[in-house]
Design a protein around this ligand. Structure first.
Ligand code: NAD
Length: 462
């Protein structure tokens, strides 16, 4: 059975899913667990289908694709299955004297019918991770994968309905017009991952129905390299996080603010790491991904001219290969600093101190991620205290997203709302407070007519 939507059905997607929600089928814990187990079986049994699709879309190396898209998602499912019973349990809260007899509890109820819109850069993980939260919470879901990663979108549309309740989950394939159509419909929640310009449109459309949103956006995530840093580790981790998926990672270190006294040594270690990872000619490495399409390839190759090339710079349009590239001579005004890079180009901006780096960051939009490499705890504390970002990783990059008990999300221009693990369950549920009152005793004290004596008592017990 397939739940892929035909154009004629598209207009009624939310309505159809709401009908399914209203049958109550998605509420039992057993149903929710079944869906999560179905998704897990799909990822295990159809691993090769997904790896092939990810290779077609982005030239994703097998291991990288498995770790960041499949393994990541299986871990998220396992964590959710392990904790779901506890998360769904009503939470008792104490009630004050004047409400007694009575007991209070918070019930986590599903929101209803939700829309998930996913981007192309981690096209499987970023479609399924919100889906896991939405199903764990007992919702019906429309999922719109990105048309730009079309092979993965097709595979999701083909396989997901075979492994989950196809009445409760609809995969809608398509681009701008299909997404705009979905956005006109009334949802109980919209979860969007992608760029901020579309994020604004999503929020405006959601406002028409007072629908709450999570916006997982991007931006320029800085890495501060303090003079106290372990430069060998910093060089290696920066190179790994920047060139993973050819830089097409929302939390990739976008640019580095490097203390000028350590820049040359850092560059040496970045260069050594690139060679260790991808050999002397990265175009022949099976472990290096490609740029998603010609538009992004053209945009990125133009950015290489923003500064002087210290490392890399080679590119090949026929395979959409861009070598791991490091640029020098960059300032805040350079072209490469005007937009999120989203590709394998690392501009270095030299600073005299970490305080100068902090000031540079604070003059700009709040980033999704912030990285600080330092061994001096005072520097680390100053960075944490004086900057704002969606998340932080100290002496590392990227891996803050992989710790399932750390909520993940942006702040300001980098988005709103967190997810992963418990946070995913929370955003897709309403915390419904319920007060249950006892019927005896029911003292006259609480009701009019108000007397002096009652007032005295009420003031005492309130
Ligand atoms: P994209 O072009 O695939 O767009 C995302 C989704 O929005 C797609 O499903 C697409 O069909 C839809 N869409 C595009 N234009 C639309 C429009 N005009 N109206 C309605 N829907 C539209 O992906 P993208 O935006 O290029 O993704 C890259 C951006 O996403 C980067 O800024 C990146 O940093 C950010 N990102 C953020 C996260 C995160 O978790 N915070 C993760 C990945 C990517």
């Amino acid at each position: 059975m397939t739940s892929t939507i035909s154009p004629a059905q598209l207009d009624h997607t939310a309505e159809r899913l709401r009908k399914a929600f209203n049958t109550g089928r998605t509420r039992p814990l057993a149903w929710r667990r079944e869906q999560l187990k179905g998704l897990r079986s799909m990822l295990i049994e159809r691993e090769e289908d997904f790896l092939a699709a990810l290779a077609t879309d982005l030239g994703k190396p097998r291991l990288e694709a498995w770790v960041t898209e499949i393994g990541f998602t299986i871990n998220e499912i396992n964590l959710t299955l392990k904790n779901l019973k506890r998360w769904t349990k009503p939470k008792r809260v104490s009630t004050p004297m004047f409400i007694k007899p009575g007991s209070g509890r918070v019930i986590r109820e599903p929101l209803g019918t939700v829309l998930v819109i996913a981007p192309w850069n981690y096209p499987l993980q970023l479609a399924l991770a919100p889906l896991i939260g939405a199903l764990a919470a007992g919702n019906t879901v429309a999922l719109k994968p990105s048309e730009i990663s079309s092979a993965t979108s097709n595979t999701i549309a083909r396989l997901v309905p075979q492994y989950v309740d196809a009445e409760a989950v609809s995969i809608v394939e398509g681009g701008v017009s299909e997404t705009q159509n979905l956005l006109q419909q009334k949802w109980d929640y919209i979860f969007y991952t992608g760029n901020g310009a579309v994020g604004r449109q999503v929020m405006a459309a959601a406002a028409q129905h007072l629908t709450p949103v999570t916006l997982e956006l991007g931006g320029k995530s800085p890495a501060i390299i303090d003079k106290s840093a372990n430069l060998e580790v910093a060089g290696r981790r920066l190179a790994w996080g920047k060139f993973l998926n050819s830089g097409q990672t929302c939390i990739a270190p976008d640019y580095a603010l490097v203390d000028k006294s350590v820049k040359d040594e850092l560059v040496k270690y970045i260069q050594a790491s690139i060679t260790d990872f991808y050999g002397s000619d990265p175009s022949t490495s099976p472990d290096y991904a490609r740029i998603i399409n010609d538009r992004h390839f053209g945009r990125l190759t133009a950015l290489i001219d923003s500064g002087s090339v210290l490392i890399g710079g080679q590119h090949d349009g026929s395979t959409r290969f861009i070598a791991p590239t490091v640029l020098d001579g960059i300032s805040g005004d350079s072209a490469v600093m005007q937009e999120e890079i989203f590709g394998p180009i690392l501009p270095l901006i030299t600073v005299d101190s970490s305080d100068e780096a902090i000031a540079f960051i604070n003059e700009r939009d709040k980033p999704l991620a912030l990285y600080v490499f330092a061994q001096d705890d005072k520097v680390i504390d100053r960075v944490l205290d004086q900057t704002s970002s969606g998340g932080v990783c100290v002496n590392g990059v990227i891996l803050q997203v992989a710790a399932p008990n750390l909520p993940f999300g942006g702040v300001g221009e980098s988005g709103m709302g967190n997810y992963h693990g418990r946070a995913s369950f929370d955003i897709f549920t309403h915390a419904k407070p319920v007060l249950r009152r006892g019927t005896r005793p029911d003292p006259a004290l609480a009701y009019p007519p108000y007397t002096k004596k009652k007032e005295k008592m009420i003031r005492r017990f309130s």
